[in-house]
Ligand binder design. Structure first.
Ligand code: 5GP
Ligand code: MG
Length: 188
């Protein structure tokens, strides 16, 4: 049987390293909300963040509500971002709430800027941002992110929620695919 693992060129971050860092991030995040008895509201950006989110929230002892936003930036078989556009949202009331935005990966920052401004317009009490991955050489220096899991090189990665053309989200680690699989855009 041909499995998706045959498409992987190399593992960039292992399952174990992900689990350890996500547990650390949960401790850092919980430590950043010492007095929020009423809890926080997480706004997560789908679909790439879903695996990170599910691991992170089960490590967070805070009371929380969860909202979902869909933003698209990569269409189909490209690995070049086309700029973030808002698609849809299922959000609880953010007015006067402590909001934590959760995203999978920060590249140009277009996605986070869009979501930060949308959340900011709803009148929250505070806004913080957590991302699992940040592409150091591409992320703008002026974009405020409170919690970062890993700084990585400028590679197109898949797995642990991240897709290429809709596939590979269920790989349990972060990986780079074999070069010949990337059909358009930048090759890694
Ligand atoms: P930005 O808006 O910061 O340029 O890009 C952020 C979004 O682009 C992420 O939320 C993610 O959906 C997508 N993205 C950026 N880099 C990668 C990558 O290496 N792999 C995958 N699968 N998606 C990426
Ligand atoms: Mg995304």
């Amino acid at each position: 049987m041909a499995t998706m693992r045959e498409d992987v060129d190399r593992i960039v971050i292992s399952e174990r390293t992900l689990a350890e860092r996500v547990a650390d991030m949960a401790r850092e995040i919980a430590g950043g909300y010492p007095d929020t008895g009423e809890g926080i509201t997480i706004v997560t950006i789908l679909a790439g963040s879903l695996v990170f989110l599910s691991d992170l929230i089960r490590r967070l002892p805070l009371r929380m509500r969860i909202g979902l936003i869909t933003v698209s930036s990569y269409a189909g078989k490209t690995t070049l971002s086309s700029g973030a556009t808002f698609e849809s949202a299922i959000l609880p009331d953010l007015c006067n709430r402590h909001v934590l935005i959760v995203d999978d990966i920060l590249e140009t920052g277009g996605t986070l800027r869009l979501v930060q401004s949308q959340v900011g317009a709803a009148g929250p009490r505070s806004v913080k941002t957590a991302v699992l991955l940040r592409k150091t050489s591409r992320a703008p220096k002026d974009l405020k992110v409170d919690y970062v899991g890993f700084d990585i090189d400028d590679l197109f990665v898949v797995g642990y929620g991240l897709d290429y053309d809709g596939l590979y989200r269920n790989l349990p680690y972060i990986a780079v695919l074999k070069t010949e699989l990337y059909q358009a855009g930048r090759h890694v």
